[in-house]
Design a protein around this ligand. Structure first.
Ligand SMILES: Nc1ncnc2c1ncn2[C@@H]1O[C@H](COP(=O)(O)OP(=O)(O)OP(=O)(O)O)[C@@H](O)[C@H]1O
Length: 222
């Protein structure tokens, strides 16, 4: 479903070239739950950002469901992200002024969905992450684990094929981390959504179907 071919990303910092990805070729099947691990600076976020169409590789190819996504125009990429990809980040990235319900509704509003559809679907998503009583809470009125569950509901509200998660448990204690991982695993199994998740923690590996390990921008284990 996702294939990267000889992916390179070089950041130019003045006279210094930082080679964040050095020829990464990986294949991820539909419905797989794949962990991405490796030391700090090994290129994990860069790889996730390339697959999430948040940044362009210096060279190499990315194909998602047979589509050459690098060739898409900026507008086509925006639509592709909105319809096909969901993102979860370690810092939750919720809009502070909006309550949980409104945060989850944002990707549907961006697609121009009707108020009725938004209301039904957001209520369904709140229930699926166990927060049906918390829709009117602002992010600051929620615990870290609850905020991350809102972020997961927001990432999934448009029913994407692929969930990309960049250390979603980094700011959570072990109980909340487990709740978030259980939730992602459940979504992956029930909806056959493909999940790519960056993680530093060895104990997370029991959740993954397999792990892609990076070192200095190269795949050392797949
Ligand atoms: N925008 C940027 N400009 C310049 N260099 C960058 C940029 N983003 C990342 N890098 C560099 O690219 C390399 C890979 O970074 P990346 O964030 O992908 O690593 P990572 O494995 O996700 O690290 P961490 O676990 O610390 O988040 C690092 O050396 C980093 O300093």
């Amino acid at each position: 479903m996702i294939t990267t071919t000889d992916l390179y990303k070089t950041y130019q910092m003045g006279n210094v070239a930082v080679h964040a990805l050095n020829g990464v070729s990986v294949s991820i099947k539909e419905g797989e739950f794949v962990g991405i691990s490796g030391a700090s600076g090994s290129g994990k976020s860069t790889l996730l950002h390339m697959i999430g169409l948040l940044d362009r590789p210096t060279s190499g190819g990315i194909s998602i469901s047979g589509l050459d996504v690098i060739a898409l125009s900026d507008q086509e990429k925006t639509i592709f992200r909105l319809e096909r990809l969901g993102f979860v980040f370690q810092e939750y990235a919720l809009v502070h002024e909006l309550d949980a319900f409104e945060n989850i509704a944002l990707p549907m509003m961006a697609r121009g969905e009707t108020d009725e559809r938004i209301s039904d679907r957001v209520s369904e998503m709140l229930a699926s992450v166990g927060l049906q009583e918390r829709g009117k809470h602002l992010p600051k009125e929620l615990s870290g684990g609850e905020q991350q569950r809102v972020a997961i509901a927001r990432a999934l509200v448009n029913d994407p094929d692929i969930l990309l998660a960049d250390e979603p448990c980094a700011n959570l204690d072990s109980t909340n981390s487990k709740a978030v991982l259980d939730l992602i695993r459940e979504i992956n199994q029930e909806s056959n959504q493909t999940v790519l998740m960056i993680s530093h923690e060895d104990w997370h590996q029991q959740y993954f179907d397999r792990v892609i390990r990076l070192k200095d921008g190269e795949v050392v284990e797949e």
